[in-house]
Design a protein around this ligand. Structure first.
Ligand SMILES: *Cc1c(COP(=O)(O)O)cnc(C)c1O
Length: 373
């Protein structure tokens, strides 16, 4: 029978917002490989390789490293649900959207949450945070490494040691940082980190890479209360990823193929080269935008190469219309401001496969058309 629904026909867009980012053709091909069973030994082999490659990009030897089903937010929830016990003192740093969301996840997991707040667009002073950790002695401390809502690149290398000296765990949101700027889980003594496939890994949204230290797993294994979420219970999910391989939920098989290929491309390029490529694309964009009177709005000393927070040029009367024209006439997506920055700022992503000179050229050319000087 003929349906009134023809197959989807989709435009090709250049994705330069806050995510998803451009996906390499070989990743799309990997997604289209034949679906096999989630208990098939060949799939188990792919999972093992994914774990090994995730350990390489997280720069960790953590055994508990896996791809959580769901987007970056699922990874955040996996950490909050498993590492926060009712009554735990949680200190969450908030200087944008994503810290605020993590605070809410900790509250829902039963934590006693205290937020530390900084102006949106500014990084926290790490030394001041180290002093506060000594005073507050949190069981769980959380900070966002790359705040996608503001473009802030947060220094975090000294926090782990301070949190450990006071008997707590350090959790970090690495959704936008992983594979765009260095993330050194072991060297920085981070106990739990989560990311997402759709930012600098350049794979479509659908999986959340997660890694936990032995210290963090000790807490998970000695919980007094069962984890509230059954789906995200690390003991159950972890058994499927390494231990007994017991069925828990069906892994998103083809998404894992996509992640496998995305990670393979990253390691083939080399992390250092990849970080350099992000920096170069960012510097080129910055020069070209500033030549056109478009100013940066993020902390100048702590700004991310992969997420460029810029002020909407004053000459533009309707910023939403300009973004719509970029999308519809030029097939380029950029992001609007989020939360407090809505209507005032744009977020131009140069993530993963999209962090290239030719993409910068296309973005600037299209901006010249929709927001002429
Ligand atoms: C995108 C993002 C998230 C959420 O990821 P989803 O894939 O949208 O669930 C969390 N934290 C940061 C910093 C992000 O950029």
């Amino acid at each position: 029978m003929k349906t009134p629904f023809p197959p989807l026909e989709l435009p090709t867009r250049l994705l330069h917002g806050p995510g998803p980012s451009p996906v390499a053709p070989s990743v799309l091909e990997a997604l289209a490989k034949p679906c096999i069973g989630h208990m098939d030994p060949e799939f188990m082999r792919a999972m093992n390789e994914i774990r090994e490659m995730l350990q390489a990009v997280f720069e960790t030897e953590n055994e508990m490293t896996l791809a959580c089903s769901g987007t970056g937010s699922a990874g955040a929830e996996m950490l909050a649900d498993n590492l926060v016990e009712p009554g735990d003192k949680c200190v969450v740093c908030v200087n944008g959207v994503f810290g605020g969301r993590f605070a809410e996840k900790c509250r829902r997991a039963g934590g006693e949450v205290q937020t530390l707040n900084a102006t949106w667009g500014e990084a926290f002073d790490q030394d001041a945070l180290v002093d506060l950790v000594g005073e507050l002695k949190p069981k769980v401390m959380m900070i966002v490494h790359a705040e996608t809502s503001t473009g802030v690149h947060q220094p975090i290398d000294k926090l782990g040691e301070a949190v450990h000296q006071n008997g707590g765990l350090l959790l970090v949101d690495c959704v936008t940082s992983l594979c765009g700027v260095p993330v050194k889980i072991d060297e920085w003594q981070i106990d739990g980190a989560y990311s997402g496939t759709q930012k600098c890994l350049s794979c479509p949204p659908g999986l959340a890479p997660v890694t936990l230290s032995e210290r963090a797993m000790h807490k998970v294994n000695n919980r007094k209360h069962p984890v509230n979420s059954w789906y995200l219970d690390l003991t159950l999910v972890g058994n499927y990823w390494s231990g007994s391989r017991a069925y828990h939920h069906t892994a998103p098989v083809n998404m894992n193929y996509g992640l496998h290929e995305a990670l393979r491309l990253i390691l083939e390029e080399g992390l250092m080269k990849r970080f350099e490529r992000h920096r170069n694309a960012h510097e080129l964009l910055k020069v070209q935008l500033e030549e056109r009177g478009i100013e940066y709005a993020s902390d100048p000393l702590n700004s991310l190469p992969q997420l460029n927070l810029v002020k909407v040029p004053e000459r533009l009367k309707d910023e939403a219309a300009a973004r719509r024209a970029l999308l519809e006439e030029h097939h380029i997506e950029i992001g609007g401001g989020l939360g407090e920055l809505a209507g005032k700022c744009w977020r131009i992503g140069l993530m993963g496969h999209g962090a290239r000179e030719e993409n910068v050229g296309k973005i600037v050319e299209a901006l010249d058309a929709v927001a002429p000087v």
